[in-house]
Design a protein around this ligand. Structure first.
Ligand SMILES: [Zn+2]
Length: 100
Protein backbone atom coordinates (compact mmCIF):
# COMPACT_ATOMS: atom_id res chain seq x y z
CA UNK A 1 0.00 0.00 0.00
CA UNK A 2 1.30 3.45 -0.85
CA UNK A 3 1.10 6.20 1.74
CA UNK A 4 -1.79 7.83 -0.12
CA UNK A 5 -3.65 4.51 -0.30
CA UNK A 6 -3.01 3.94 3.39
CA UNK A 7 -4.36 7.40 4.27
CA UNK A 8 -7.47 6.71 2.19
CA UNK A 9 -7.88 3.29 3.80
CA UNK A 10 -7.83 4.71 7.33
CA UNK A 11 -10.05 7.67 6.42
CA UNK A 12 -12.60 5.24 5.00
CA UNK A 13 -12.29 3.02 8.05
CA UNK A 14 -12.77 6.04 10.32
CA UNK A 15 -15.88 7.14 8.46
CA UNK A 16 -17.51 3.73 8.90
CA UNK A 17 -16.53 3.54 12.56
CA UNK A 18 -17.89 7.03 13.31
CA UNK A 19 -21.14 6.00 11.63
CA UNK A 20 -21.30 3.01 13.98
CA UNK A 21 -20.90 0.57 11.08
CA UNK A 22 -18.56 -2.40 11.27
CA UNK A 23 -16.01 -2.12 8.46
CA UNK A 24 -15.42 -5.48 6.72
CA UNK A 25 -11.70 -5.18 7.57
CA UNK A 26 -12.48 -5.37 11.28
CA UNK A 27 -13.15 -9.09 11.53
CA UNK A 28 -11.36 -10.06 14.71
CA UNK A 29 -13.55 -10.12 17.86
CA UNK A 30 -11.59 -8.86 20.86
CA UNK A 31 -12.21 -7.42 24.33
CA UNK A 32 -11.28 -3.78 24.84
CA UNK A 33 -10.72 -3.02 28.52
CA UNK A 34 -12.70 0.17 28.03
CA UNK A 35 -15.42 -0.75 25.51
CA UNK A 36 -15.88 -4.47 26.14
CA UNK A 37 -16.42 -6.83 23.18
CA UNK A 38 -15.56 -5.09 19.91
CA UNK A 39 -14.43 -5.82 16.35
CA UNK A 40 -10.75 -5.29 15.65
CA UNK A 41 -8.30 -6.07 12.90
CA UNK A 42 -6.32 -9.28 12.53
CA UNK A 43 -4.01 -10.14 14.24
CA UNK A 44 -5.01 -8.07 17.28
CA UNK A 45 -4.50 -9.52 20.75
CA UNK A 46 -7.74 -10.78 22.28
CA UNK A 47 -7.47 -8.29 25.16
CA UNK A 48 -6.58 -4.70 24.38
CA UNK A 49 -6.24 -1.49 26.42
CA UNK A 50 -7.92 0.49 23.67
CA UNK A 51 -9.55 -0.10 20.31
CA UNK A 52 -10.94 1.39 17.12
CA UNK A 53 -14.21 2.08 18.95
CA UNK A 54 -12.94 4.01 21.98
CA UNK A 55 -13.71 7.28 20.13
CA UNK A 56 -17.31 6.15 19.64
CA UNK A 57 -17.58 5.37 23.35
CA UNK A 58 -16.34 8.86 24.26
CA UNK A 59 -18.73 10.45 21.79
CA UNK A 60 -21.69 8.25 22.73
CA UNK A 61 -21.86 6.81 19.21
CA UNK A 62 -22.95 3.20 18.60
CA UNK A 63 -20.51 0.31 18.87
CA UNK A 64 -21.40 -2.85 16.89
CA UNK A 65 -20.75 -5.91 19.05
CA UNK A 66 -19.20 -9.20 17.96
CA UNK A 67 -20.43 -12.57 19.22
CA UNK A 68 -18.73 -13.41 22.52
CA UNK A 69 -16.58 -16.52 22.42
CA UNK A 70 -15.95 -18.57 25.59
CA UNK A 71 -12.41 -17.12 25.63
CA UNK A 72 -13.82 -13.57 25.55
CA UNK A 73 -16.39 -14.45 28.21
CA UNK A 74 -13.59 -15.57 30.51
CA UNK A 75 -11.70 -12.31 29.95
CA UNK A 76 -14.84 -10.24 30.57
CA UNK A 77 -15.33 -12.01 33.89
CA UNK A 78 -11.70 -11.37 34.79
CA UNK A 79 -11.68 -7.66 33.97
CA UNK A 80 -15.03 -6.98 35.64
CA UNK A 81 -16.69 -3.87 34.32
CA UNK A 82 -16.32 -2.07 31.04
CA UNK A 83 -18.62 0.41 29.28
CA UNK A 84 -16.83 3.25 30.96
CA UNK A 85 -17.64 6.76 29.91
CA UNK A 86 -14.31 8.12 31.08
CA UNK A 87 -10.87 6.83 30.22
CA UNK A 88 -9.23 4.73 32.92
CA UNK A 89 -6.58 6.77 34.65
CA UNK A 90 -3.22 5.15 34.30
CA UNK A 91 -2.76 5.32 38.07
CA UNK A 92 -5.93 3.30 38.61
CA UNK A 93 -5.47 -0.31 39.55
CA UNK A 94 -7.57 -3.30 40.32
CA UNK A 95 -9.40 -4.19 43.49
CA UNK A 96 -10.28 -7.81 43.13
CA UNK A 97 -11.58 -8.08 39.60
CA UNK A 98 -12.98 -4.53 39.45
CA UNK A 99 -11.40 -1.35 38.20
CA UNK A 100 -10.96 1.42 40.72
ZN1 LIG B 1 -12.21 0.56 23.12
Amino acid sequence: MTEAEETKFYQNLGRQIRAGTKPPELNRPIVCRECGPVWSMQPAAILSDSCFWCGNRFAGRPIPRPPISPEMQKILQEIGSFNRKEPVKKSAGFVGSKFL
